[in-house]
Design a protein. Structure first.
Length: 156
């Protein structure tokens, strides 16, 4: 598996996110070595070019898990342009379950996150921290995500 990520300018949190992705993958018996992490632009067109370059230098992975549905859509286009059949030759999985994920050809499998709940919890956490004042401990919330299986993935 390859993991296509993007790093927002000035955000060092992506290192932690890749670490978490490695931990989860390893808990399922899947290794995620350095050469399988592709740092790509948040702009789909640029990410597509970067993934195409990656595929020129590396053997195609079984799957790409992308940090956003937009990047996954670009990856989907690239692999199809290279003659790969999705999901038979390569699988593509996005993150976010934005509206366009259901409209790609084939429809994109993705991870749905509870965006509304995330917003509510963030405001609640901010209110608690503001009430507690300086030195308040950090707040960490865990919400359930849902795997939305469409046509870009298959069972192994």
């Amino acid at each position: 598996m390859a993991y296509a990520i993007w790093q927002p300018p000035g955000d060092t949190g992506w290192v932690r996110k890749v670490g978490w992705a490695r931990e989860v993958a390893e808990s399922f018996g899947v290794a995620l070595p350095e050469d399988r992490v592709v740092d790509v632009s948040p702009y789909a067109e640029v990410a597509g070019v970067q993934v195409r370059g990656y595929l020129r230098k590396h053997k195609a992975p079984q799957a790409f898990f992308c940090g956003t549905d937009e990047v996954a859509g670009a990856v989907l286009t690239v692999v199809q342009c290279l003659g790969m059949v999705v999901p038979d030759d390569i699988m593509v999985l996005g993150y976010g379950d934005y509206a366009q994920a259901a409209r790609t050809l084939p429809p994109l499998s993705t991870v749905r996150v509870p965006r509304f709940q995330m917003g509510v919890r963030a405001v609640e956490a901010l209110a608690r921290v503001m009430e507690a004042g300086p030195g308040a401990p950090p707040v960490r919330e865990t919400l359930e995500a849902e795997l939305v299986v469409r046509k870009t993935t298959r069972m192994l």
